[in-house]
Design a protein around this ligand. Sequence first.
Ligand code: GDP
Ligand code: ZN
Length: 307
Amino acid sequence: MGGFYNVRTADGTLFCKPRGIFRKEKTVIVVGDRVRVEPLPDGTGVITELLPRKNFFLRPPLANLDQMFIILAAANPAPDPMFADKLAVVCEQNDIAPVIVVNKSDLCSQRELLDAYRKAGYATIEASAKTGAGTDDILRCAQGCGPRGCGAQGCGALSGSPQGCGAQGCVSAFSGFSGAGKSSLLSLLLPQQLKTGSVNEKLGRGRHTTRHTELFEVAPGAFIADTAGFSSFDILQNTTLRKEDLQEAFPEFRPFLGQCRWNACTHLPKERDCAVRAAVERGEIAPTRYADYCAMYEQLKARPDWK
Ligand code: GDP
Ligand code: ZN
């Protein structure tokens, strides 16, 4: 904040100011960035170099994200699969492993919802910040996108995906609607760090208590950013994703690509002899995921090309 950064180094945290050149070049340094620093005699430091990024977001400001916990509430507010599916597409595009967390599982079960993502090959966690259920799985996942994997069903690292981040530490983010329970879950992982606002029962929403992005080390090498800022409204507008490439962002479609009657099959309902749709009919792809694919395809199609 205010042009200063807390930089984690091998010898502890260093309070650093970026070199003037960063400001001159209008380079923004964000949470998750890897940098080189030089310590100063007064105990602070200077950021001298910004290392290459694996991915970068301006809203919320975050870089080098390895994993995204997409948090939905089982109820209150009701889960919005489209929101999760859009975030998952963003993850696929940016080499981020999505983990689907259905919180508030004490209120009701969302087996079908979880099942849709298991079929997509994603790690899924049924959690409750109220009972503490699932928090150990979240912790394991947060630590585990390294080579050993986290053991959760569908863990990207276990299936040999490039999303494993090795020994440097794993950076995850929480995302989801306001009121889904992000702060409550995070404060269970890290007591004292975050306070949850009181719920406004009328709106069915928790008060927004997170203001800026910060990384919390929930276990050695496992960092979680609290990113209340990921919202769906600009996700597809600001992407360079072409409608033709959307199919690749749905991992459960991949085994069927190239097997449709037409090479340029869009897999939309109007297509004949579509292998993807046949898989939906056989129950191998969840209908909600397929419907959201179709809706996103139309959205990308409607977007002017010059964007
Ligand atoms: P955020 O906006 O995503 O950070 O959500 P909060 O953590 O502020 O939670 C919103 C409201 O839901 C608060 O009143 C929490 O007490 C409540 N809440 C959070 N997790 C659970 C849960 O697992 N079960 C139930 N029943 N309520 C929860
Ligand atoms: Zn098709």
